[in-house]
Design a protein. Structure first.
Length: 312
């Protein structure tokens, strides 16, 4: 059945049937607005948008994959403030001839990814559009902690990473060349593995700054360097090229460090911590903060591109 045949309210009923309620959802879909608990008294909010052909392709990803990707991009931003995600609001603009099953599976992916952190989809909106577009707003709770912002890095701090980089970018390159393997890389692009818990953990550990790596490690750390008015240097040797990534890079004629240092879509978290801090295994030190400006690799300018830019 197409969405035009199901109608707006028929589609809403089908989608809401796929959504689970999280502990912070006091009133979910079905009314004029949702009600979400905010025990801290402050709400962290972030919005992201995915446009077909720009952020995803239906021949590369299932509807559930797109749902996971859309949720992860927003939930990671909440974690990058040191907060715990609580709820998602989703606006869906779809072609009328799209099959209702695709929209239902999208909702299932959104709900499943949110459930990983105890959050839920609490509402949204939909409209007809020639271009399939998904806009997601994420809400979060700080749990009594101060938000960890980009502007707090200090000379002498260490730079640490939670999660992985390069996998999503490698998967994108593999798919764009017409291949579907290695599976570990393709699946990383389709469904990012985000270290959500590392965000609140970093806040408790005393992180001086924190950011979600969505557009590329070097580019996103550049935002921290600019906001904090410092320089950041990354150690290339801190990144080991996994075997399947090395093989794919060799086959495709790509420097794997371009994926690792400038590739997006993995949604790792990068933070700066005061010198001497003892970090758990969640975090690994990859560089340092110094007086100066910009981001370097082994104290030299990086020549392999910095990361993703929507308008470049």
């Amino acid at each position: 059945m197409s969405i035009a045949e199901a109608g707006e309210f028929g589609l809403i009923a089908r989608i809401t049937a796929r959504l689970e309620s999280g502990p912070a959802s006091l009133l979910g879909p079905g009314d004029d607005a949702a009600v979400v608990a905010s025990p801290d008294g402050r709400t962290v909010a972030s919005t992201d948008v995915l446009v077909e052909g720009r952020h995803f392709r239906r021949d590369w990803c299932s509807a559930a994959d797109v749902g996971h990707r859309a949720a992860a991009a927003n939930l990671a931003d909440i974690a990058a403030m040191g907060a715990r995600p609580t709820a998602l609001l989703v606006a869906l603009c779809v072609p009328p001839d799209l099959d209702t099953t695709w929209a239902e599976d999208l909702a299932g992916g959104l709900s499943a990814e949110a459930a990983r952190v105890g959050a839920s989809v609490v509402g949204g909106d939909m409209s007809s559009s020639p271009t399939l577009t998904i806009a997601v707003t994420a809400l979060g709770d700080l749990g009594g902690q101060a938000p960890v912002v980009r502007s707090g890095a200090q000379p002498g701090d260490v730079v640490a990473l939670a999660g992985r980089t390069g996998y999503g970018a490698a998967g994108y390159t593999v798919l764009s060349r017409g291949f579907r393997t290695p599976k570990v890389l393709v699946e990383a692009y389709r469904r990012p593995e985000v270290p959500y818990a590392a965000g609140p953990e970093a806040a408790l550990l005393g992180a001086t700054s924190l950011i979600d790596i969505s557009d590329g490690l070097l580019q996103d750390l550049g935002h921290v360097a600019t906001a904090s008015v410092v320089g950041i240097d990354i150690n290339r040797d801190a990144f080991e090229v996994p075997g399947q990534m090395r093989d794919a890079a060799s086959a495709l004629g790509v420097d794997p460090y371009v994926w690792l240092l400038a590739g997006g879509d993995d949604h790792a978290l990068a933070a700066t911590f005061p010198p001497g801090v003892t970090l758990p295994d969640t975090w690994r030190i990859i560089g340092s903060v110094h007086e100066g400006t910009g981001v370097t690799v082994d104290r030299k300018p990086w020549q392999g591109g910095m990361g993703w830019d929507h308008f470049r």
